[in-house]
Design a protein around this ligand. Structure first.
Ligand code: FAD
Length: 422
């Protein structure tokens, strides 16, 4: 660090000491840069500490080509960062520092200790080892383009640097420090911010009929979002009833597209397309004869309590047999099972959603470097960008990879494909 006039000078100033900012800072310092991290909170990585319910689902198993579909419509943007620093690189990075990773059967990767704190401890100690200055309790409150690059203003002082990295995260769980400051900083430099909203969020359903079944979970259901009578998005995945509506990976991963007033259609026949499920159930009820309708529903894997509630909703008396079922009752129960409608009242708020959809407009950022297309030397990494991943480790992977890519770009060492760890 040098003092230029009144201002302290660094090669890189990073706003935000989350996983993205810390990876970026460490990687920049390893490349010989004088790096300062400015963190608003009394300590770094508070959101990282609550990730994966404190266990930190840091990435996902598999090839990077399979990752790209897990960032909504932004797979193309995240590709260069993920190729530069892949899930395998991330696992190797922690392995080399004594923290092993384990993969769950579904592909989620966690530290073997199941403690997010261990992941953060590695990042902090690597930053210390590589000589990064970290100033906590020092929020960035403004930035201006100046002769030497950027004049970064904090509540205490100002710094000058040719490279300024905005890694301030999104706006969800604001108590962790990520409260949207990055959008204000980016906008003050002329960047567009796309519409912000909660993602990886549970859905509150209008007049939810099953609050008493909260906690009931289902595997591999077909779920679709209907807006103005059109199916606008579809997904398949696990679902869970809450006291107020729907959650579980199948809903969380769709939530970036869901808006209040949408209708969600759920097919409760596991692993079947709704049309197939409707046809099969119809046929089973027609040939069921003296078999109770509830027995047929249990036969397709419906929990007994839900089967009974669905029959009730369809106006079918408990104990009715298939032979007793009139056409309209049969159609009603088939529809409830193959496409149960739920009207969306709202998504969980920013204080409950896991990530933010929207952010710094990707059209104004170079995905091969993370550098702003408006200002040389300005970089954006992690969740402050208009990138949100599915549940399963995709958000932390992008946060880390984009931080590494920005640092390598600043240090002039980014390549098309690297496999080494920083
Ligand atoms: C409950 C929960 C569970 C999650 N679980 C997972 C999971 O298991 N797997 C996964 O992949 N993702 C998970 N996520 C998402 C993931 O944690 C984030 O996407 C990730 O932390 C983003 O990293 P980041 O570095 O971009 O931002 P953040 O982690 O949000 O860090 C940004 C940092 O910037 C600081 N900051 C903000 N404004 C300023 C300012 N003005 N000046 C200085 N510093 C500032 C903040 O205090 C913060 O420390 C979870 C999120 C939540 C809320």
């Amino acid at each position: 660090m040098q003092i230029e006039g009144e201002l302290k000078q660094y090669d890189m100033v990073v706003a935000g000491g989350g996983p993205s900012g810390l990876f970026c800072a460490h990687c920049g310092a390893m490349a010989g840069k004088a790096v300062l991290v400015l963190e608003k909170m009394p300590s770094c990585g508070r959101k990282l500490l609550v990730s994966g319910t404190g266990q930190c689902n840091i990435t996902h198993d598999g090839e990077i080509s399979a990752f790209l579909a897990h960032y909504g419509t932004h797979g193309k943007f995240v590709k260069p960062a993920l190729l530069q620093f892949s899930n395998h690189d991330l696992v190797r990075f922690f392995h080399a520092r004594g923290l092993e990773m384990v993969t769950e059967p579904g592909g989620k990767v966690f530290p073997s200790t199941r403690r997010a704190g261990d992941v953060l401890a590695v990042l902090i100690s690597e930053c210390a080892r590589s000589g990064v200055d970290i100033h906590c309790n020092e929020p960035v409150i403004g930035v201006a383009v100046s002769r030497g690059g950027f004049e970064v203003k904090t509540i205490r002082t100002a710094y000058i640097s040719p490279h300024f990295v905005i890694a301030t995260g999104g706006v969800t769980y604001p108590a962790t420090g990520s409260s949207g400051d990055g959008y204000t900083l980016a906008a003050s430099l002329g960047h567009r911010i796309t519409e912000i909203g909660p993602a990886l969020s549970a859905v509150r359903v209008k007049d939810f009929p099953y609050p008493d079944l909260a906690g009931m979970s289902f595997e591999d259901l077909r779920i679709s979002v209907v807006r103005q009578k059109k199916h606008v998005w579809r997904n398949r995945g696990d679902l869970i009833f809450t006291h107020h509506g729907l959650s579980g990976p199948g809903i969380l991963d769709l939530s970036r597209y869901i808006r209040a007033g949408d209708q969600i259609l759920v097919s409760f026949a596991p692993s079947q397309e709704p049309e197939e499920a409707a046809k099969a159930l119809h046929a089973a009820l027609l040939r069921g004869g003296r078999v109770q309708v509830a027995t047929v529903l249990r036969g397709i894997g419906l929990p007994d309590r839900l089967a009974r509630r669905l029959l009730d909703m369809a106006g079918i008396a408990d104990g009715s047999t298939c032979a007793h079922l009139g056409r309209s009752a049969r159609n009603a129960v088939v529809q409830l099972i193959s496409g149960h409608p739920f009207e969306v009242e709202a998504l969980a708020g920013f204080d409950r959603a896991m990530v933010t959809r929207g952010g710094v407009d990707l059209d104004e950022v170079n995905p091969k470097t993370m550098e702003s297309r408006l200002h040389r030397g300005l970089y954006f990494t992690g969740e402050v960008l208009d990138v949100d991943g599915d549940s399963g480790g995709y958000n932390l992977q992008f946060a880390c990879a984009s931080g590494v890519l920005a640092a390598r770009s600043i240090a002039g060492v980014a390549t098309k494909k690297r496999t080494s760890t920083p």
